[in-house]
Design a binder for this molecule. Structure first.
Ligand SMILES: NC(=O)c1ccc[n+]([C@@H]2O[C@H](COP(=O)([O-])OP(=O)(O)OC[C@H]3O[C@@H](n4cnc5c(N)ncnc54)[C@H](OP(=O)(O)O)[C@@H]3O)[C@@H](O)[C@H]2O)c1
Length: 353
């Protein structure tokens, strides 16, 4: 029996407990042992929850229990998530997270800390929710020269743009409907201004280039100014407007370009058909060519499933550090602006053009 703890029992954290319970037998087969949620750290109580008796308030209870081998950090934000993560790793407890903000800000340092203490820091759920994109890039594509990643990385924005396109709504109405249907948060700025997409793209760009790209280095434009007329004009030329995170590399020149912006996607690009809350990620490798990943980029169970997959991988590798694929701290790169055509026949949306 392997004990784990969950930090933050909100949407994703409660989903992790549910996935591990509902899939108990499959998890046991995959991990080679039973996995039990021994502690849940939160600031609230959860009366009536089947997990109510496992809730603790003090992180030290988890840190000081030698039976806890892995921790799921599903609190979000930088602090105390960073301090708790580092403390767990320093005690040899692996950490699996959905927290893209923390991965973007401190990922390489936390991976290094894990390496120094014989445990792992994994973050599959931080990009693309349930889509196993990071594992594929760091594992199956490791031998490839990956030259571009283009992704619809934010389900909220994709839902809004799909509504605007299909129903001729303006941005404000589509956002309101997304909020009413639970597809957008009450404070949707990070999503609609493109920052969430830029964060996820920075993680992807770091992974495919082996050099650190920070979210602040990603030129970023959101969808708040996209109008129904933009969508109509795109449709007339057989294209769709999508908020994309784009990373292109020129391995010969050693350069890398990144941006997050609304773009025109032609019909023959697989991202054209990615609608509603779905995410899609198109990767190009020198041997394999184009690869397309599609799935739910957010939501309780899809995101929790990705965290659970990381837990299984950590449990299968006791005392070892699973390669996370991020560059070492200090391996920085300064992105250069895109020149020439964007990958996959994509063009940046020029409003009113
Ligand atoms: N939701 C998704 O679909 C999704 C998808 C991909 C990635 N993510 C990422 O996953 C992370 C968690 O997201 P979420 O949607 O699950 O958030 P959430 O529902 O707000 O859950 C966070 C939980 O952590 C608790 N918490 C906050 N500060 C704490 C502290 N200091 N000590 C103990 N518990 C604390 C919160 O309690 P209170 O509610 O009382 O504040 C809440 O129960 C975020 O980084 C998010 O970006 C989410």
């Amino acid at each position: 029996m392997i004990d784990i703890a969950i930090l933050g029992f909100g949407t994703v954290g409660s989903g992790v407990a549910e996935v591990l319970d509902a899939q108990r037998e499959r998890v046991r087969q995959a991990a080679g042992d039973d996995i039990r949620v021994k502690y849940i750290l939160d600031i609230r109580d959860f009366p009536g929850s089947p997990y109510a008796d496992r809730v603790v308030r003090d992180m030290n209870v988890i840190l000081e229990d030698p039976d806890v081998k892995a921790v799921c950090e599903t609190m979000g934000g930088k602090e105390p998530a960073f301090a708790f993560t580092r403390a767990a790793l320093e005690r040899g407890k692996s950490v699996c997270t959905s927290n893209k903000e923390l991965v973007d800000a401190f990922g390489p340092e936390l991976v290094q800390t894990a390496g120094a203490h014989g445990c792992s820091y994994l973050f599959e759920a931080s990009v693309g929710g349930g889509i196993p994109i990071l594992r594929t890039l760091r594992d199956s594509c490791r031998h490839e020269e990956l030259t571009s990643v283009v992704g619809i990385l934010n389900g909220t924005c994709n839902y809004i743009l799909t509504k605007m396109d299909r129903e001729g709504m303006d941005f404000a109405d589509a956002l309101r409907q997304a909020q009413e249907n639970g597809f957008a948060e009450r404070s949707p700025d990070a999503d609609v201004q493109g920052h969430d997409t830029a964060r996820k793209l920075a993680i992807l760009a770091s992974l495919i280039s082996g050099r650190r790209v920070r979210y602040e280095q990603v030129p970023c434009e959101g969808i708040t100014e996209v109008s129904p007329e933009d969508l109509l004009r795109a449709r007339k030329t057989g294209r769709a407007v999508k908020l994309l995170g784009i990373c292109g590399r020129d391995p010969a020149a050693g350069t890398l370009s990144v941006m997050a912006a609304p773009c025109l996607v032609p019909q023959d690009n697989p991202l054209y058909g990615v609608n509603d809350v779905f995410n899609g990620i198109l990767v190009h490798g020198n041997c394999v060519g184009d690869l397309m990943f599609y799935g739910r980029g957010a939501g309780k169970l899809p995101t929790a499933s990705a965290v659970a997959a990381d837990v299984v991988e950590c449990v299968k590798n006791p005392g070892r550090t699973v390669e996370a694929g991020l560059p070492a701290p200090g391996a920085e790169i300064t992105p250069v602006p895109f020149t020439g055509p964007l990958p996959g026949g994509i063009e940046r949306l020029r409003r009113g053009a």
